[in-house]
Design a protein around this ligand. Structure first.
Ligand code: TYM
Length: 331
């Protein structure tokens, strides 16, 4: 058997539309920091997960877009493995079935993301059952690569808990096959909609800054962002501060933000100033990203060669994990 490719850090994004700056801050920015520290991460495009609520043709259309985004955001293809989930579809669905035996229907119905969906925008009678198995498929992704750390936004933490539970139950029954993966951050990030209500998400475009937004419309959205009355801190303002500091490219702007917020808390009327700085950092971030992205998509063969290398590694790891799993299960 070939030597496995050890995966310390692992994360994925669904190809379900253009990415937002919250996707970047929740999942990619922590990976960039780790790259600087010499860690070689593995990231993937979760095209099978996208099928829960998107047509297959749409998910397919966005696969290469997400890869281009990964590269333009700064993931160095020499040191990052990037692959598409469906290249190991058969192995993932097999592992998902083995893992699903270790969690009950009642436990899956209690996963907060499913509960929220069923309460807010889906009905039990009509929601497709891939939604129900979503966390088990996510556990398969992570455990298949035997990953140790998983940077995700706060909305995915419950799925990580399911993954940890399944890894422990499997190991307890069959022996130590899986590392127990951890969230990368002690407190995972939750960027709110610019309007302050709910998380920033692709499905509420007025409150979201997309990486593809033109500067003018992004600045317009920032102008409509929530602030707070002098001397008060709100969840919405706090999230917009995290956003501003997360996208900031200079120490000078970061200090400026701290000063403005200190003045605000001291009762001064400075929220207009804050929005100006937020608009500046958002514009600079988007301009820089969009310039890089142009270069990425204009480089002939880049995305294909990155995905070919990634597929080879993902398949090797998957075959090795499945051999280990089946050896302990069917002995
Ligand atoms: P997806 O595509 O919905 O989101 C990609 C990443 O962006 C994070 N994110 C946020 N972070 C902070 N604030 C927000 N408002 C915000 N919105 C989105 C998400 O938490 C996520 O980290 N299930 C995953 C994809 C996946 C996966 C995996 C991730 C499938 N298997 C295995 C890690 C490991 C998802 O829906 O991502």
């Amino acid at each position: 058997m070939k030597k496995s490719h050890k995966v310390k850090v692992f994360t994925g994004i669904r190809p379900s539309g253009d990415l937002t700056v919250a996707n970047y801050l929740g999942a990619i920015e922590p990976i960039l920091k780790l790259l600087e520290e010499g860690v070689e991460p593995m990231v993937f495009v979760a095209d099978l997960h996208a099928l829960t609520d998107k047509e297959p043709s749409l998910a397919k259309k966005y696969i290469h877009e997400v890869v281009a985004d990964y590269l333009a955001l700064g993931l160095d293809p020499e040191r990052t493995t990037i692959f598409v989930q469906s290249v190991i579809g058969p192995q993932l669905f097999t592992l998902m079935s083995y893992l699903a035996r270790h969690i009950s229907v009642a436990e899956l119905l209690r996963v907060p993301t499913l509960k929220d969906k069923l309460k807010n925008n889906a009905r039990e009678e009509t929601a497709n059952s891939l939604l129900f198995l979503y966390p088990v498929l996510m556990a398969s992704d992570i455990l298949m690569q035997r990953a140790e750390q998983v940077p995700v936004g706060e909305d995915q933490v419950a799925h990580l808990e399911v993954t940890r539970l399944l890894a422990k139950r499997f190991n307890d029954k069959y022996g130590n096959v899986f590392p127990i993966p951890k969230a990368y951050q002690v407190k995972s990030l939750r960027i709110l909609s610019l309007k302050g209500e709910g998380k920033m998400s692709k499905s509420v475009p007025e409150g979201a800054i997309f990486l593809t937004d033109d500067i003018e419309s992004a600045v317009k959205k920032v102008k409509g962002a929530v602030t707070a009355i002098e001397g008060k801190m709100t969840d919405g303002l706090e999230s917009n501060i995290v956003l501003a500091k997360g996208l900031c490219k200079s120490e000078e702007d970061r200090t400026r933000i701290d000063t403005i917020i200190a003045e605000h808390m001291a009762g001064e009327k400075v929220m207009g100033e804050f929005k100006k700085v937020l608009a500046k950092v958002v514009s600079e971030f988007l301009t820089d990203f969009q310039e890089h992205r142009k270069i990425v998509v204009q480089t002939p063969g880049l995305i294909h060669s990155v995905l070919n290398k990634g597929a080879r590694i993902a398949v090797e790891n998957a075959n090795e994990t499945m051999a280990l799993v089946e050896k302990v299960m069917f002995k």
